[in-house]
Design a binder for this molecule. Structure first.
Ligand code: AMP
Ligand code: GLY
Length: 427
């Protein structure tokens, strides 16, 4: 069979790499892909942007695609799944309506409130004065979220009132330019440890994926601005079997049930960002409607089951009948980013030292492209995710960092403390 993977980041490289390992797969086409997907056997890129829905439909017809897997949220929120289904194409991901769980923070918060799914206290505003009033009432620290997709960058955790004011001014400055649709969610600051919990869903049943944890902030010690993610590891020791059971009972199952009850069954990967506080209380920070990036890279490295079989089961409403096997070894992934990320970056810098890691390591590409000289050059903010398996998290981490030592491009930087949360736990 022929598979189409939509997207061009590290997550999509990991998906394409895993899907092509299925003996049932003849070819994987990635749109638009990157230099990493271009370099995998059985995999090739197509120059179609991930948000070009007409182009993707045309590509799927031309390449006789049997199954499409969507990586990023943008095409999901834009309705790629509805468009493919309408012409009878098999595609794995939520409908546009179900994707509102990620596409609109206001929708997600209202949904959680309606269905008693634990989340931070919040209010939604469309007007600066009322928003500021609410901030003054509740004080800092407080969290300001622009509604809509923002690649993990639309959230300000304001530690002071001045920071909150600055964030609100920025959001409503856009509003004053005539965009009347601006909405802001202001919510209670949650303290604790954050973990990513992802499941595959066929609309009714959930198949849990291996737990993982991401580092969202740019700098060591979880400081600096929010990013799409600077590194990840799997499993996440904070998700003990007991916590896992509670996440399923208190968050995942009620969410899937409520979506189905509202007539919008959720098919795809549901990702709950969960805060676990010192008292062990769980609260949803956010929902995503797709695999995390870079969580997917660490999780795919550990997946031993055929991913095509799992996706098929989800599309055929058979998830309750399948089981999934994981490599017992933990995985750690370190993101190598371009100077300036998460702000503006320069691109086109040649990357040296790629390749030849053997079976325990894998470098997943994100913002990379091939140059006319057959080199690989940078083409985005997050450039590579360097991943390794090890006998312990500490071992996997050491291996991943040893691999990063060999790689170089101008402006490259990365966090040196990925997985530090996990090292404190007894393994
Ligand atoms: P979100 O896009 O909603 O996931 O927010 C991005 C990041 O901001 C999260 O991963 C958290 O690290 C942080 N964050 C979001 N909401 C809160 C909150 N209520 N309390 C503390 N941190 C938060
Ligand atoms: N790593 C966080 C995300 O994919 O949203």
């Amino acid at each position: 069979m022929n598979i189409l993977v939509i997207g061009g980041g590290g997550r999509e490289h990991a998906l394409a790499w895993k899907l092509k390992q299925s003996p049932r797969v003849d070819a994987v086409i990635v749109a638009p892909g990157n230099a990493g997907t271009a370099g995998e056997c059985k995999v090739r890129n197509a120059e179609v942007a991930a948000d070009d829905l007409d182009g993707l439909l045309k590509l799927a017809a031309e390449e006789r695609i049997d199954l499409t897997v969507v990586g990023p949220e943008v095409p999901l929120v834009a309705g790629v799944v509805d468009r493919f289904r309408a012409v009878g194409r098999r595609i794995f991901g939520p409908s546009a309506q179900a994707a509102q769980l990620e596409g609109s923070k206001a929708f997600a918060k209202d949904f959680m409130q309606r269905h008693h799914i634990p989340t931070a206290r919040y209010a939604v505003f469309t007007e600066l004065n009322a928003a500021w009033e609410y901030v003054l009432q509740h004080g800092a620290p407080i969290v300001i979220k622009a509604d809509g997709l923002a690649a993990g960058k639309g959230v300000v955790v304001a530690l002071t009132l001045a920071e909150a004011q600055c964030a609100l001014d920025k959001i409503f400055a856009v509003n004053s330019l005539g965009d009347s649709t601006v909405r802001v969610v202001i919510e209670e600051f949650l303290d604790g440890e954050e973990a990513s919990y992802m499941v595959m869903s066929d609309g009714y049943h959930a198949l849990p994926l291996a737990s993982s944890q991401d580092h969202k902030r740019r700098d060591a010690g979880d400081k600096g601005p929010n990013t799409g993610g600077m590194g990840a590891y799997s499993p996440a020791p904070v998700i003990t079997p007991e916590v896992e059971q509670r996440i399923m009972m208190e968050i995942i199952q009620p969410t899937l049930r409520a979506m189905a009850d509202e007539g919008v069954p959720f098919i795809g990967v549901l990702y709950a960002g969960v805060m676990i506080d010192r008292q062990g209380q769980l609260k949803v920070i956010e929902f995503n409607v797709r695999l995390g990036d870079p969580e997917a890279q660490a999780v795919m490295l550990r997946l031993n089951t055929d991913l095509v079989d799992l996706v098929d089961a989800a599309l055929d409403d058979q998830l309750q009948h399948v089981s999934v096997e994981w490599d017992r070894r933990p995985a750690v992934g370190v993101v190598l980013a371009a100077g300036g990320y998460p702000g503006k970056v320069t691109t086109g810098h040649v990357i040296d030292g790629l390749g030849g890691w053997g079976p325990v390591g894998k470098v997943f590409h994100a913002g990379t492209k091939r140059t006319a000289q057959a080199c690989v050059a940078t083409a985005g903010g997050r450039v590579l995710t360097v991943c390794a398996l090890g006998s312990t998290i500490a071992d996997a981490r050491e291996r991943a960092y040893a691999m990063t030592q060999k790689i170089h491009f101008e402006g490259m930087f990365y966090r040196h403390d990925i997985a530090y949360h996990a090292l404190g736990y007894r393994q």
